[in-house]
Design a protein around this ligand. Structure first.
Ligand SMILES: O=C(O)CCC(=O)C(=O)O
Length: 299
């Protein structure tokens, strides 16, 4: 089990409102929210955007709104081909001076012609430092209430993603990924201080499981969990739940939004992380000798 090495930091979750079918409008909305968060006091070190914020959340829209995403490590003005949202995200990170988890956008991969639901992360110089492609596609059918089939147009990612910052290692998932506890467990054992999920639950499964899942992942792994949703939009075909929130390693909900547009701030307390692990030492009490089938990936 890797030790957690982290410094306190401030997180901002941007629950964007006024999103529309216009990508240009959505970029404008995101840019204004990033700028407002970055100039708030105390200044956050890490800003997070929601899932699929530059496009309608609809399987029929993903290809049309998709963009080319360059490779991890690519810098501002590297000359690599990239979409307008990626360019804008780099610039938002650079001008804000903050680390930026750019929510997710539909990504077009030219070599396969596949479309992914992809989260990109930038350092304060605008360098692309991590890419997470949603691993578990949201295919559900609750008759008469919520049906969605991302796999009609999307392909699932194949890798787990963490990235290092001066304030600690962060793990990434996207929305439905939170239902699969193995992802957060593996990241926690690699030493992440938080798992962060750009997300867009809906008004059926949100009230059922949104908070429960975050509290479960936090308590099981003794890490912070954050989910960042778009605000509810009465005219959208898909009604996002909203309720962006941050849960601490004890399982307490530290901050939670309603469904209106807002920005949430939370201070990540590394002392609490350490005392939780000291007082309830489950992270060093695992009995992999008793459950060897999971041991290979967790040691
Ligand atoms: O897991 C859920 O209930 C919702 C997931 C979702 O909306 C998504 O993955 O986009």
């Amino acid at each position: 089990m890797a030790q957690i090495s982290a410094k306190p930091f401030r997180l901002a979750l941007l629950q964007l409102g006024s999103l529309s079918a216009s990508k240009a409008n959505n970029i404008k909305v995101a840019r204004a929210a990033v700028q407002a968060a970055a100039t708030s006091s105390p200044k956050p070190q890490l800003i997070v955007l929601p899932e699929i914020w530059n496009s309608p959340y609809a399987v029929s829209s993903f290809r049309e709104y998709s963009e080319k995403v360059p490779n991890v490590g690519s810098k501002v003005d590297s000359g690599e081909e990239e979409g307008e949202t990626i360019k804008a995200l780099r610039e938002m990170a650079r001008s804000s001076g903050c680390w930026l988890i750019g929510g997710s956008i539909p990504q077009h991969e030219e070599s396969t012609d596949n479309i992914y639901n992809t989260c990109t992360v930038y350092d304060p110089e605008g360098t692309l430092v991590a890419i997470h492609q949603k691993v578990h596609l949201f295919d559900i059918d609750i008759p008469g209430r919520q049906t969605f089939k991302e796999s009609d147009t999307l392909t699932g990612g194949k890798t787990l993603t963490t990235f290092d910052t001066p304030f600690g290692k962060i793990g990434l998932g996207i929305c439905y990924d939170i239902r699969f506890p193995e992802m957060a467990q593996i990241a926690a054992r690699q030493g992440v201080v938080a798992m962060i999920y750009p997300a867009a639950f809906n008004i059926t499964t949100g009230p059922m499981h949104w908070t429960l899942l975050q509290r479960a992942r936090a308590v099981d792994n003794q890490i912070y969990i954050a989910m960042c949703s778009p605000a509810r939009h009465p005219e959208a075909s898909y009604q996002a739940y909203g309720h962006s929130s941050v849960v601490n390693p004890l399982g307490d909900v530290v901050v939670e939004a309603g469904h209106e547009p807002t920005t949430l701030y939370a201070d990540i307390d590394t002392e609490l992380l350490a005392t939780t692990r000291k007082n309830l030492p489950v992270t060093v009490q695992r009995r992999f000798d008793v459950y060897p089938d999971v041991a290979a990936n967790f040691k």
